[in-house]
Design a protein around this ligand. Sequence first.
Ligand code: DP6
Length: 327
Amino acid sequence: MQHRARAVAHSNIALAKYWGKRDVKINLPAVGSISLTLDGLHTATEVRFSESENDDRVWEGDRSADAAFTGRVSRFLDLIRQRAKTDQRASVRTTNNFPTGAGLASSASGFAALTLASCHALGLRLDRAELSALARQGSGSAARSIFGGFVEWRRGELPDGSDSHAVPIADRDHWDLRMAIAVTSEQKKAASSTAGMELTRQRSPYYSAWVERSENTLHAMRDAIAARDFTEVGELSEASALAMHAVMISCNLLYWNAATVALLHAVAEFRRGGLECYATIDAGPQVKVLCQPSDLSTLAGKLQDVPGVLRVLQAAPGPDARVESTP
Ligand code: DP6
């Protein structure tokens, strides 16, 4: 007997960043984070569990996934199998509509979709907080992609991680913001987020300052989102991204390329010229720029002209992750 399901989850971009773990094994963050789920970028994942398979098999689109990614998915599926009390192996096909592994948060939408599809396929009926805590163990940022709109992933205090999951703080209709995403490389990133976080925890002289400051950032960001204060949200999110990268750079972990730097200068220049927009960068060289809807097409055109920009994607606030019916 086959148990199958298909789920779609959207990518999210943190406005207050997650960087650092207090428990690597069950993936507990050192800091809370706040993100915006995006409607333009998503992962669709189909999972089939079957008694007749001996191994988990994973495809990324039409390509068989490499051993490292298959192993990561398989270890994550073990958590779900444990809860569902089954040892059936799965075939997983996951498709992104955007470049993977280059700082566009494919692991966020990917593990959120995998969590939802796998739980549904095995008949595990979990609430959204439980799904989020489970997705967290695949990839931290995936905890946030279970929800649409503006989302906070609470750091939590409990050692078992059951209180470290995301919660929605405002739905997508609360505020129509836009994001232009300047893609500067389609290569997979050199250092995984997990390795990068551990490196900075062990080596950065600024790591503890980053962790201490995060509560203030979260507090201010919640208030600014509730008040729809664009300048405040923009300034806080740019500052959070730059502080995170300062911590990374302090131990020679540099995710940027020349176009990333050119884009930071360009965004500051656009602001001086009256186009209000703010940059944020994750563990990769792409620059995501927050703006108001009426400025999106002008901004996207200007970003496209910055040297080294390959293409510009556009996104609006996105929906909850969802199960889709399988034919
Ligand atoms: C830089 O979720 O990719 O995008 O938990 O190790 O899988 P793991 O990390 P991941 O972290 C990405 C962090 C970030 C900032 C953010 O999304 O908050």
